[in-house]
Design a protein around this ligand. Sequence first.
Ligand code: PGA
Length: 248
Amino acid sequence: MARKLAAGNWKMNGTRASLAEAKALADAFPTPSVDIVLCPPTTLVASMATALQGTAVATGGQDCHQNVSGAHTGDTSAELLVDAGASHVILGHSERRADHGETDALVRAKTEAAVAAGLIAVVCVGETLAEREAGETLAVVRAQLQGSLPDAIDAAKIVIAYEPVWAIGTGKVPTLEQIGEVHTDMRAALSDRYGQDAQSLPLLYGGSVKPSNAADIFAVADVDGALVGGASLKAADFSGIVAALQEA
Ligand code: PGA
């Protein structure tokens, strides 16, 4: 059985005042039966980790550099995230793949760097609308998994997030059958590559998850949680999603 995880991706949103939302979330789930992580902008990682110390809510980054240190102006290494108090990092999000030209090979290098630093890497994959309409979804997702993950993994340190690009921030969600088809295929591909370890890898769905659709999505086979953008910014919204995951 895979661990269950509710992960919030604040993207480029949130100021120090927003830490109150993180604290409210932690207060709502003092002893959750699922893992919870919030990934704020880099400016808030240290202060959020401090604010959430002693709670069940973890803090994560939204990206890291593939190198440990050095002359990389504006970048943040996995080691620096760990030093700031992070335990997780989102890697290969479609916005980074699109905005910064991140390739599967780069995402793989970042994943290796993150795991080496002790972080849990939340590795994102997902097709564009054009790829789905061309019937290429499963092939695209398989190729991204193949290219973005190392050949040897520590299953406790890797999480996969399936996020159809066209469902992110759009309010559009694939049908439950479409989500199930991709998650079943991802589990099969990962089992071929990693054997029994693949069973314990959490497979998250992401893209317009809300309190109102979360329970249905979590009932789909091989969906072990969610990566949530907009609905993770407010504790009241994200709490509904966490609660649905606990009940799934
Ligand atoms: P959304 O974003 O929940 O706002 O659609 C999800 C994500 O990009 O991780």
